[in-house]
Design a protein around this ligand. Structure first.
Ligand code: ZN
Length: 505
């Protein structure tokens, strides 16, 4: 029985979205596929563009991904994976269609709304299964065979983003006889350590390095592979203010616990109990977005963010937010992936600017103990209906979409802030955010307006869409591309959301 087609149609907003149907050649081949158990996602690449059809079937429970216009050279029987996805099959469904079947564990509860499908490009796709997986009760077989996760092509991950100058540049990771060494250039790194668990309850060690960056040439392949019981390295650059780098190590059962020490030349990781030189560190000044549903076991809440020199109004943080622990803010950075959004002066792309701003909004809100979800965390193509669906599935308290504006290039004199709402419930949210941004940053006021944008119309919670300036504007464009201004904008939007949650009108 087919329960639901998961990949929905395409709807544009404001005339700047570039989604479209993609032509399929019958001779194009499936090139690679891979299931990343660490991220609980299935990835594949094809020779040419494809529009995958994803369906969830029951009895037995399985996720079927059909690739119209794609053929495969090798039919693959059960490739055993383990965990929520027990096996993957690849076959030729008909002369023009490749079918990939993910066999799901019988006790794996999968809400079809939470399966996300997106294209990194039109021939590189990700099928993301929800990360909040109830641990499957071990089967008799699993008990008898506690083998580690199967080795995958590259489970490591590096998420690079250009950032403003950072005090410390982390150059890579080296394996040493005693553990690992991360050489750095510049200042002695400031780090914050968390011990947590990933979606599979695997132990994780998370090292946040403040005022730091990574070089663009750092690749997943350059990170250690399965050394000392570390099954995965994930290095992520954040465009916070100052920028920061998160290094997350997934520890398998054989790994010791690790301690982190700092030296002039870098960061030293050694098994707990092994002596290493100690250097006191300065207090941390930035809070990074929490990436997953994993529970941070220590320390409790990170300290207040912002070493920012931003002219920021003091948040009235003493006023309480009703039901703070149940509040969920859904942030929606516009566009992404194949859809750059508006393109402005000097080729400035809306999708990158709004993601950086949204990441800062998330970091600021999370530092106040607010749960944040994002419709995209990186440069991914995400359709509009899934954005609405994500907000509904998360039971979001508010939905805030972040965009940048554009007119034609011959109108550089058009600049300023606009905030939109659709229903009455969004008016107060839009007004409060708009007011807070204008009081925090010098920019033109183009008003709070009503518009029937898709994500405002289809969401059921109070929703606002903020256009943070014109990528085509002579005044706005240089600010929009400035990481420091992006961070200030993110903090101002976050303060506006907090104003609203405290009951502001
Ligand atoms: Zn937009």
């Amino acid at each position: 029985m087919q329960i639901k087609k998961l990949f929905t149609g395409v709807v544009g907003v404001a005339g700047v979205c570039l989604f479209g149907s993609l032509p399929a050649k019958a001779t194009a081949r499936l090139q690679t596929w891979q299931f990343d158990t660490g991220q609980n996602r299935f990835m594949f690449t094809t020779e040419s563009g494809v529009q995958p059809q994803v369906s969830l079937l029951s009895n037995p429970k399985r996720l079927v991904i059909d690739l119209p216009g794609i053929i495969t050279d090798e039919a693959v029987g059960d490739q055993l994976i383990g965990g929520a996805v027990q096996a993957v099959k690849v076959m030729q469904a008909d002369a023009r269609t490749t079918r990939m079947v993910l066999e799901l564990a019988p006790d794996y509860q999968l809400d079809p709304q939470q399966v996300k499908v997106w294209g990194l490009t039109d021939h590189q796709w990700v099928v993301q299964l929800p990360s909040a997986i109830p641990l499957a009760t071990p089967t008799a077989q699993a008990k008898a065979d506690p083998s580690p996760l199967p080795p995958l092509l590259s489970r490591n991950q590096v998420s690079y983003m250009p950032v403003a100058l950072a005090a410390t540049v982390i150059q890579g990771v080296q394996t040493t006889p005693n553990g690992f060494f991360m050489p750095v250039a510049g200042a002695i790194p400031q780090v914050q350590i968390y011990r947590t668990r990933d979606a599979h309850q695997m132990r994780q060690l998370v090292v946040d390095v403040v005022n730091a960056s990574i070089p663009p040439q750092l690749t997943p392949e350059a990170l250690p592979h399965h050394r000392y019981g570390i099954s995965r390295w994930a290095v992520t650059q954040f465009r916070t203010l100052p920028p920061a780098v998160r290094i997350a190590l997934t520890l398998d059962a054989t790994s010791p616990d690790w301690q982190v020490t700092l030296a002039q030349g870098g960061i030293v990781l050694t098994p707990v109990g092994v002596a290493a030189p100690q250097i006191a560190t300065a207090p941390t000044t930035v809070v990074l977005p929490v990436l997953s549903t994993a529970q941070v076991s220590s320390p409790s809440q990170p300290p207040n963010p912002t070493a920012s020199a931003a002219p920021q109004p003091a948040p009235s943080s003493t006023a309480s937010i009703p039901n703070r622990e149940r509040v969920v803010v859904m942030l929606d950075p516009g566009h992404g992936g194949a859809d750059p959004g508006a393109i402005g002066l000097g080729g400035l792309q809306e999708k990158g600017v709004v993601l950086a701003v949204a990441q800062q909004v998330a970091a600021t809100l999370q530092s106040q103990g607010i749960t944040v979800r994002m419709t995209r965390q990186g440069d991914q193509t995400v359709d509009l209906q899934p954005r609405v669906d994500m907000a509904a599935a998360a039971h979001a308290t508010v939905f805030v979409s972040i965009h940048a504006n554009a007119v034609n290039m011959q109108r550089p004199e058009v600049n300023g802030l606009e905030t939109y709402y659709s229903s009455d419930s969004g008016l107060a949210l839009a007004t409060v955010i708009h007011r807070r941004v204008l009081s925090s940053l010098p920019m033109g006021d183009r008003g709070v307006k009503q518009a029937r944008f898709f994500v405002l119309r289809r969401t059921t919670m109070p929703a606002a869409l903020i256009e943070i300036g014109f990528v085509t504007g002579a005044t706005d464009a240089p600010k929009l591309r400035d990481p420091q201004w992006q961070a200030q904008m993110g903090q101002a939007i976050a303060q506006g959301i907090l104003d609203y949650l405290r009951g502001g009108r």
